[in-house]
Design a protein around this ligand. Sequence first.
Ligand code: V47
Length: 361
Amino acid sequence: MQPLDPALAAIGRRLDAGERLGLEDGLALFATHDLLGLGWLANRQRERRHGNKTFFNINRHINYSNICVTRCKFCAFARRPTETEGQWAYTLEQIFEKAEHDLPAGATELHIVGGLHPKLPFVYYLDMLAGLKQRLPHVHLKAFTAVEIAHFSRLFKLPVREVLERLIEAGLGSLPGGGAEVLTSASRKLIANGKVDGEGWLEIHRTAHGLGLRSNCTLLYGHIESERDRVEHMLALRALQDETGGFQCFIPLAFHPQHSHMPELPAPSGATDLKTIAVARLLLDNIDHIKAYWIMLGIKTAQVAQHFGANDMDGTVVEETIYHMAGAQTPQVLSVRELERLIHETGRVPVQRNSLYREIG
Ligand code: V47
């Protein structure tokens, strides 16, 4: 099936000639009504790189605390330090208990993030990683977004590089991609005022990559940002990737309005979800993996996304609070068997990976 939209067909010919797409191309891709043509183009790039494989991992999320000094408008998860109802901060023993006794069989990753807590000392985070590594030496610790790293740097009066070095020493394996929201536009200030700005977010990933850490990157879309904001955001990530090569995976995150501070906004549509995945595959020619995170896309869209440019589904997850507090209707856990079945049903071959995308088994 070739694209019907002449603008898409022209972009397809340029991709075949090995040309790189730019801002105007990104805008044209978002503007098209030829959704299947766009999917066809993105799928072609996806299959050139990954063939028929769809990756997943066996992981568990731990959100150690939702107490947060900032008030991001999109967030339904955080509670202010003064707002006692509905807040939590796990003790290290509680975290170790969850990790040791509620980890799916064969798990290779813990994904650990939380709010910007005003009081927890640096040693809490260091002991968390060291204690987890001691108990589960084979499990990769993907922990703390760049926003948390910036917070630690400010709170503990340490340069970002030193914060990262000490966390690596304690057992940090890589950085998750959260907190990027929209990096380049004025809308970042409107939805995420008070936390590290776009340049700062990129700089922390640059520093992490310089220290040999791999990381992921995200985009929060479907709120007040424009299509141009999305394209500029992707191009900023691509520029950093040209420099460092440290990003493994891009994860577009669909805004869930329920219980957020922008409940009046409609959630992004299925067409927007699929377009954003496809445009990411076409613009981010230097980031290998595009993840359709089933928790926020919904299982059905995450499956279709495997033919719109995505090649990863994330993993078993087990316990998720960020999206579920924002009204996500997905389950909190998928078994390996279910993940494999869902991937098989899309005509793809499920491949278990570790956090650094090495194939397992
Ligand atoms: O930074 C918060 C987003 C992110 C809402 O690296 C919301 O593998 C939509 O980054 N509606 C955290 N989005 C999640 C994240 C992530 C998830 C899975 C895998 C990886 C990875 C990273 O969630 C936040 C923010 O952008 N978010 N609230 C909401 N109401």
